[in-house]
Design a protein around this ligand. Structure first.
Ligand code: ADP
Ligand code: MG
Length: 390
């Protein structure tokens, strides 16, 4: 008999929280439970970091599953700090506003007819990271933004939709094929506390090269529908570069909360960034702001010098000219490139010593702020149903 979720939940009611004197299920500490054959994975949510408690609970959960469900189960139990979930409970605010900007999508979901499942309905904010031009650091920004958001304790997903040039597997140092649930849904991979998937793990980029736009769009849409993202505060999408048909269709297919546009300060990149902004405006997706990547270079051995290799303040000035927000500037640093190649995003660096790591934290905070403003002032983005041409 295959294992089912209920059996696992029941087993976990035998695991008591040592201080709260209630079991983990009653305390609503079990999240993202996925069961496939004898493979069981879930997360234990905790209100704060406590390594001793984490390993105690993990051990007890594994013990309970082996005792009450299946001795030979393959387990993947992780712990996550979810400050907001427990904070809200303490001050009696219930499910309200755990993270800025949530709520709107939930409200919309309730207005929908029963039974009509909305695309990405468990996701509170969907953020597209886009650029007009390739090679400006879009994937680098997407990965570090996702990890920066996760640092706040939020639940974050990252989806690489750049089917022609997927780089997230390398930047996250994971090339496994994702598992599939019994309902045939893809289980996102997990690393650094974020859930992620890349089309590059499923589609051969050489093969995708010859796909026409509609094929890419329908693949991405299918990807969205068939992934078990669970509940997420933020889903970051790394879009393919450019503002052509594919991008236009993509941004209309997915219910985007907002877009972040990445550009280097040089004119050729800025021209394309402007087209990116125009594209999002055209389809009524709010632009959260512009990021200037490779904004300046400070040599390690000459910290007093600052070089503007690709031009000075290009994206900042463009933002001002077109009335968009400026979300921050990321310096050109060797460590950014190295950490990308090594699959360890620089924003996770301990102590955040580098300027770039600090810049990414600032960027994430600015994005959170802009999302909050956007969700206060505007209705959710309406998705336009596009008929995919045969
Ligand atoms: N701020 C930066 N400093 C140094 N290298 C960077 C920076 N941003 C991006 N890079 C490097 O530039 C290359 C292209 O970046 P990537 O994020 O893949 O761009 P895109 O997704 O726009 O094509 C990568 O090798 C990346 O490590
Ligand atoms: Mg890329």
């Amino acid at each position: 008999m295959p294992i089912n979720k209920q059996q696992v939940r029941t087993a976990l009611t035998h695991v008591m929280h040592p201080e709260m004197e209630k079991d983990l299920v009653t305390l609503d500490m079990i999240e993202d439970l996925i069961v496939q054959d004898s493979f069981i994975t879930f997360t234990i949510d905790l209100p704060e970091k406590n390594s001793q408690l984490e390993s105690h609970l993990k051990e007890k959960c594994e013990e309970a599953i082996r005792t009450y469900v299946d001795e030979g189960a393959v387990l993947d139990v992780t712990t996550a700090v979810n400050i907001s979930k427990f904070r809200d409970r303490e001050d009696g605010r219930g499910e309200e506003q755990a993270f800025p900007g949530q709520g709107h999508r939930k409200k919309k979901k309730r207005q929908k007819d029963e039974g009509e499942e909305e695309l990405l309905s468990g996701v509170k904010n969907v953020i597209a990271v886009a650029s007009g031009k390739g090679g400006v650091g879009k994937s680098t920004v997407a990965v570090n933004l996702a990890c920066g958001l996760a640092r706040t304790g939020a639940k974050v997903g990252l989806l690489d939709t750049d089917i022609y040039g997927p780089s997230i597997p390398t930047m996250m140092d994971t090339h496994e094929r994702p598992n599939i649930t019994t309902q045939k849904k893809l289980i996102p991979l997990k690393k650094y506390g974020i859930r992620f998937l890349s089309m590059g793990l499923l589609v051969d980029p050489d093969q995708a090269m010859i796909w026409r736009g509609p094929m890419v769009t329908s693949a991405v849409k299918q990807f969205m529908e068939e992934v078990e993202w669970g509940e997420l505060d933020y889903l970051v999408l790394d879009l393919p570069p450019g503002t052509g048909d594919i991008q236009l269709t993509l941004v209309q297919t997915v219910p985007l909360t907002g877009a972040v546009i990445v550009s280097t300060p040089q004119t050729v990149a800025l021209d394309d960034a402007r087209k990116g902004v125009a594209m999002f405006k055209k389809v009524n997706v709010p632009v959260l702001g512009l990021v200037e990547n490779m904004a300046y270079f400070i040599p390690e051995d000459r910290p007093g010098k600052k070089y503007h290799i690709f031009g000075k303040h290009g994206a900042r000035d463009l933002a001002e000219r077109i009335g968009a927000n400026f979300l921050g500037e990321i310096p050109l640093e060797q460590a950014v490139r190295e950490s990308g190649d090594a699959g360890k995003p620089i924003v996770l660096e301990e102590g955040l010593e580098s300027r770039s790591a600090q810049a990414f934290v600032e960027l994430s905070n600015n994005v959170i702020q802009q999302l909050a403003i956007r969700n206060q002032s505007k209705d959710p983005t309406e998705k336009i149903d596009i008929k995919i041409r045969p």
